[in-house]
Design a protein around this ligand. Structure first.
Ligand SMILES: Cc1cc2nc3c(=O)[nH]c(=O)nc-3n(C[C@H](O)[C@H](O)[C@H](O)COP(=O)(O)OP(=O)(O)OC[C@H]3O[C@@H](n4cnc5c(N)ncnc54)[C@H](O)[C@@H]3O)c2cc1C
Length: 443
């Protein structure tokens, strides 16, 4: 009998699934599996849950040091209701405007046809060029996201609208993002609807489908993962990093052994939700080639500077057009969104300014406050500086390596670098995966 088989025998009564990571994806998967009656266990390396979702009270203010909001989709609302925390939800007024800072002014991003007619972000010529999108050729997977957007919507719409919003979401430069990887969901939409504009219009005008509202919780976004962790406390191992996995047995009888420093657990299926470099370390022993490919993925560093200001601003915040002489990528108006008592969050760094992360707090805070004043006309005090060396998957050329990630059956990646990044997408993937696993594990 091999060492692995010995360990498998020692591993005791097995849950069917091991989930590695208690971030939003891992805990949503645990919940979705529990709903389907599948026994699962989750391992979390740190003593905290939520992964990059972190809400902190600093200087008497509630600060989000990761994502600032989520969209309250039906699936997230159902989870919130199940956990009995619906009365703690804060919902932003969806009529609040979002702005792009361009040519020295805040200009509203159009989110309706009448706003599109009104907006001064685009000239009449720029608007007509954008409306010609259905006449352009479909996105070519071989082109960059920038080339695809410019070709389809024109240079003006790209520079003033798309690059600040799309690039801002990833802290990335669309010129460095191959369409093949970065625009995959958009290409699917385009082929289903015939054009991107038609897809947007049919959503806006014909479907009557509303965008779920932006939301948070009274004590911040981390409330949701904390509530999930409380609900499933018996199935969650904190401060227990998974160090590796191993296959035991062969053929239909094979199982996976999940190793932690002090223990080994036998399961039918392993779900990895960890960042790419950690995932590589975990799968190294079972698939060195996939591990090497995962190590190639680039991430964009990001700096969040939390500011306090008496500025009276109503809206979601603004993204800065990349041609402006500013380092700030964008600012979330937490104060207006969720009544967060004068709090604003500035984002710096990203692919355009990777060295930002190396600057000291004083320099970063000074830049954020000075540029805030330039845009808002009001002073701001620095509350906190947070550095995230590996914040966003970059979706750049390094994603070519994804074609070499082909893990053995029984190991699934449920991650924001193999799927979409937003919290609603993380929950959607968790639910889809739980559905699949509930049909397959223990068969
Ligand atoms: C700055 C920022 C702003 C964002 N803004 C928004 C937003 O406004 N709205 C939105 O919808 N989305 C936003 N996102 C995206 C979204 O927050 C993330 O995609 C999502 O939270 C990722 O969750 P996850 O569980 O997949 O991964 P993670 O949050 O990375 O969780 C992975 C977990 O695995 C754990 N782990 C690591 N190694 C091990 C190990 N060896 N063993 C066990 N556990 C391990 C980690 O400690 C962590 O808890 C933002 C992301 C960032 C970084």
């Amino acid at each position: 009998m091999s060492d692995a088989e010995d360990a498998a025998d020692d591993a005791g009564t097995a849950p069917s699934v091991a989930i590695v990571g208690a971030g939003f994806t891992g805990l949503s998967t645990l919940h979705a599996l529990a709903e389907r009656g599948v026994d699962a266990v989750t391992y979390e390396a740190t003593d905290e849950v939520g992964g990059v979702v972190k809400s902190r009270e600093i200087g008497g203010k509630l600060l989000e040091v990761g994502p600032q909001r989520l969209r309250m989709t039906d699936a997230i609302r159902a989870m919130v209701t199940d956990l009995d925390i619906a009365d703690e939800v804060l919902t932003a007024d969806d009529d609040l405007p979002l702005f792009v800072y361009a040519d020295g002014d805040l200009r509203e991003v159009p989110r309706s046809l009448s706003a599109f007619r009104r907006t001064d972000l685009l000239s009449t010529r720029g608007k007509l060029r954008l409306l010609a999108e259905p006449l352009t050729d479909p996105i070519d997977p071989a082109e960059s996201a920038q080339d695809a957007f410019v070709r389809k919507f024109g240079t003006e719409a790209y520079t003033n609208l798309i690059a600040p919003l799309f690039g801002g979401t990833y802290g990335s430069d669309p010129a460095e993002m191959p369409a093949k990887h970065a625009l995959k969901p958009m290409m699917g939409l385009e082929s289903r609807k015939g054009s991107l504009l038609r897809a947007a219009l049919s959503r806006l005008v014909f479907s009557g489908e509303e965008t779920p509202p932006a939301a948070s919780f009274e004590s911040g976004l981390q409330r949701l993962p904390k509530a999930l962790a409380d609900e499933y406390a018996g199935r969650l191992n904190r401060e227990t990093p998974v160090t590796g996995i191993e296959r035991a047995g062969s053929g239909a009888d094979s199982v996976w052994l999940v190793h932690t420093e002090d223990d080994t657990q036998r399961v039918d299926h392993v779900v990895l939700t960890t960042p790419a470099d950690t995932t590589a370390d975990i799968v190294e022993g079972v698939d060195a080639e996939s591990a090497a490919a995962l190590r190639e993925f680039n991430y964009n560093p990001l700096v969040l500077v939390h500011l306090e200001s008496r500025a009276r601003a109503e809206g979601f915040g603004y993204q800065v057009r990349r041609t402006e002489p500013m380092r700030t990528l964008g600012v979330t108006w937490n104060s207006s969104l969720f009544d967060r008592d004068g709090v604003y969050t500035a984002f710096l760094g990203g692919m355009h300014d990777p060295d930002a992360i190396e600057r000291d707090d004083e320099t970063l805070g000074g830049t954020a406050a000075e540029e805030f004043k330039r845009v808002m006309g009001v002073d701001a005090e620095v509350l906190h500086v947070e550095r995230m060396p590996r914040a966003f998957p970059a979706w750049d050329d390094s994603w070519a390596a994804s074609e070499r990630v082909d893990l053995p059956e029984g190991i699934t990646l449920a991650t924001n670098y193999t799927g979409r990044m937003g919290l609603p997408s993380r929950v959607r993937e968790a639910r889809r995966l739980a559905g699949e696993l509930s049909n397959s594990v223990g068969e």
